[in-house]
Write a protein that binds this ligand. Structure first.
Ligand code: KG4
Ligand code: ZN
Length: 346
């Protein structure tokens, strides 16, 4: 069974062909970072326009790389929320066009569910260009998934395919948003997550003990206070320009505080619910400290940790194709009057 998947929820256009739900035949991502960089964040109108420009050639390229003909496709899967409405609309309209003209089912997919399902994709495909050293490990149900990205920070109990219980979520900024805002404040550029990750390696994570927010309050998070704490700390330093090492120390200390909260709350959720597997998902799961700390602390409690390879943690269409497959198998179909939902919940 072959699914063409399309993802355009934010600033990455992506098209993928996925076989039998978990085998990636192609997974192409056209990043728009260069166009948004000078504004220090994603500009929705630019994002929609760039999706319009690249999507059809990208789909053709994904089909060619997969060596699949349009007439051999069984379904089209597409992200319909959450995300930027204009951006979602571009992918959704294209997907409707493909499904209608090919006479095959359309399956609307929740982007956050897509991130969770990145954990079910096989990273090693025989004879594929997508070679990686990552050893695929598929989580068994039930498992706890920490979905942590630029738009979302949630702890989900995944009980089975399509069966979710949200245990906690951020009450303000998403973790990735906090990384991006702190990086911008420190003059490090956009997107901030990967830059802070790199710079922090040369800083002292204990230089400043930033607050670990809401540790006594269940599984919800708050990151806007941490961001403000960084700003006030810098103001109190009363310096015209921070030195390189001061920036590195601040980046490392901020990252440590954010990661400690994410890791400790996720492990607490797993222990409270007696769950033996934690999976990571979303762009921030590319963070090296988050990956290593979660592994170290969870394994000390006999909890296994599953983390997809970095290219499947960030936005991509293969994860959407994977959800599409399981929805298709359950008999779910989406009608052509579906509209984008910017605040879609799982
Ligand atoms: O999942 P994603 O690609 O898009 C959304 O759905 O939001 O996540 C993008 C977010 C950005 O905020 C980016 O700064 C963050 O993931 N990110 C990282 C790292 N790589 C990407 N944050 C921390 N460390 C990283 N290495
Ligand atoms: Zn995402």
């Amino acid at each position: 069974m072959k699914i063409l998947a399309i993802e355009t929820s934010c600033d990455e256009s992506s098209a993928a062909v996925v076989k039998n739900g978990t085998e990636i035949l192609s997974n192409l991502v056209a990043s728009q970072i260069e166009f948004h960089k000078k504004y220090g964040g994603v500009v929705p109108e630019i994002s929609s326009r760039k999706h319009v420009e690249v999507l059809h050639p990208l789909v053709n390229e994904a089909m060619e790389e997969a060596k699949v003909r349009f007439k051999d496709l069984d379904a089209i899967a597409v992200t319909y929320g959450p995300g930027l409405v204009g951006s979602l609309l571009v992918g959704l309209c294209a997907a409707k066009g493909y499904a209608y003209s090919l006479g095959i089912p359309l399956i609307g997919v929740n982007h956050v569910e897509g991130h969770i399902y990145a954990n079910f994709l096989k990273s090693q495909i025989p004879n594929s260009k997508l070679k990686t050293n990552h050893k695929s490990q598929i989580p068994n149900f039930p498992f706890i998934c920490l979905v942590v990205s630029g738009g979302h920070t949630i702890i989900v109990l995944v009980k089975g395919h399509g069966e979710y219980e949200t245990l906690g979520r951020t009450r303000d900024d998403a973790a990735g948003e906090a990384f991006d805002k702190v990086a911008r404040f420190l003059g490090l550029g956009f997107p901030g997550g990967p830059i802070i990750d790199k710079v922090a390696k040369e800083g002292d994570p204990h230089a400043v003990e930033f607050p670990r927010a809401m540790m006594d309050e269940g599984y919800d998070f708050s990151f806007s206070g941490l961001k403000t704490a960084v700003v006030y700390h810098v103001k109190r330093m009363k310096k015209e320009k921070l030195s390189d090492i001061e920036v590195k120390d601040l980046a490392a200390s901020f990252q440590k505080a954010a990661v400690d909260t994410l890791v400790d709350k996720t492990i607490k959720a797993a222990m409270d619910k007696n769950i033996k597997t934690i999976a990571l998902a979303g762009g921030v799961s590319a963070n090296s400290l988050l990956r290593s700390e979660l592994k170290k602390k969870a394994e000390a409690q006999n909890i296994e940790v599953i983390i997809p390879p970095i290219n499947l943690c960030t936005d991509n269409a293969a994860m959407i194709g994977c959800v599409g497959y399981y929805r298709f198998k359950r008999g779910e179909r989406t009608t052509l009057d579906i509209v984008p939902v910017s605040t879609l919940k799982i």
